[in-house]
Ligand binder design. Structure first.
Ligand SMILES: NC(=O)c1ccc[n+]([C@@H]2O[C@H](COP(=O)([O-])OP(=O)(O)OC[C@H]3O[C@@H](n4cnc5c(N)ncnc54)[C@H](O)[C@@H]3O)[C@@H](O)[C@H]2O)c1
Ligand SMILES: O=P(O)(O)OC[C@H](O)CO
Length: 307
């Protein structure tokens, strides 16, 4: 394909990994971060794709900065952030789409631990949009023999898969830290997926999306890898560290910590049962210990598997 100009916003672990993938495919890549000298307006000027790999806490601010700059009407926005806005509970793609209603917005999400991608290990991801042509264009830009990119027409489901699994990954870290065994881990991940589908459906996402790469795929990756920062948060809580201590030493962002709070709020408002999320929330708040959280989950009222 022809050379594309891509502006990558966010020079964290994921922004840099995506920049390297696009550069390796011969595209012209410019990276912006709040800590670099490059000017945001200059970086996005003439870009055919603006890809955001900014942590959730910075998304709204960067979106409003870009709103004041001139853009080509063809510019495609790609969002790779896995979080929820604490004020509105909106997803990053909803924030981008509201700010730029006439531009295509594509969600990029999948089982993509950046460290493995930086080691050139093979991986697959999903690009999802209501604009099929935009998703196919982004698919071409990033596809390579070491990065297999699928398209999907359910951007909300793809985005929520990557976001909701972070909370289950915190719980999986606790499960491994307490040495609860393989049966417990399988139960947690499976019931976690049920919780993700329940929340996703209430939001309007399709069930089948959660059984794909961006849902189950990302859940398996993050719940089974010490490379996951969210998993690390849960694991380290079993070692008796406090949340502020863990976050102070964590390399990068664990979005699940803030997502959990937003989700509990949203679940309460919409009357959705989210028992695992609730226990992770109470644990992060210091209201229960890891052992008490486990006990509360195991002693819930017995019920049918599907209800
Ligand atoms: N690292 C991964 O393996 C991976 C993979 C897929 C998705 N993600 C998602 O990508 C996002 C970024 O993850 P990361 O690992 O690169 O995190 P990181 O902590 O390494 O980098 C975060 C980036 O966001 C920027 N940022 C933070 N607050 C900001 C603000 N207020 N204004 C402007 N910029 C701000 C930082 O400067 C940095 O460039 C997260 O939502 C994460 O869930 C990460
Ligand atoms: O390190 P984590 O927990 O943010 O996980 C990174 C990616 O989301 C894995 O796909």
């Amino acid at each position: 394909m022809q050379k594309t100009t891509i502006a990558i916003l966010g020079a964290g672990a994921w922004g840099i990994a995506l920049a390297d993938l696009a550069s390796a495919n011969g595209h012209q890549v410019r990276v912006w971060s709040r800590r670099r000298v490059a000017n945001l307006e200059t970086v996005i000027q003439g870009a055919e794709i603006i890809l955001s790999a900014i942590a959730m806490k910075g998304v709204s601010d960067v979106v409003s900065q870009i709103q004041s700059f001139p853009l080509s009407p063809q510019t495609i926005f790609v969002t790779a952030t896995k979080g929820l806005d604490p004020k509105t509970t909106c997803t990053p793609s909803q924030i981008w789409q509201t700010a730029f209603p006439h531009h295509p917005v594509v969600v990029l999400s999948g089982p993509n631990l950046s460290k493995e991608i930086q080691q050139s290990l093979p991986a697959a991801t999903v690009v999802a949009s209501h604009n099929t042509a935009a998703a196919e264009f982004v698919q071409l830009v990033f596809s390579s023999p070491r990065f297999r990119v699928y398209t999907n027409p359910d951007p909300l489901g793809v985005e929520l898969g990557g976001t909701l699994k972070n909370i289950i990954a915190i719980a999986a870290g606790v499960c491994d830290g307490l040495h609860l065994g393989t049966n417990a881990k399988a139960a947690l991940v499976t019931r976690g997926l049920t919780e993700m589908v329940r929340i996703g459906n209430s939001w309007g996402a399709k069930t089948e999306t959660f059984y794909g790469l961006s849902g189950l795929g990302d859940l398996l990756a993050t719940c089974n890898s010490p490379l996951s920062r969210n998993y690390q948060v849960g694991y380290q809580m079993t070692l008796g560290q406090t949340l502020p201590e863990i976050l102070a030493n964590l390399p990068g962002t664990a979005e699940g910590v803030n997502t959990c709070q937003v989700l509990v709020q949203r679940a309460k408002h919409h009357n959705i049962a989210v028992p695992i999320t609730e226990q992770v929330y109470r644990l992060l708040q210091g209201e229960v210990t890891t052992r008490q959280a486990l006990e509360e989950l195991m002693l819930r009222d017995i019920k049918p598997e599907y209800k």
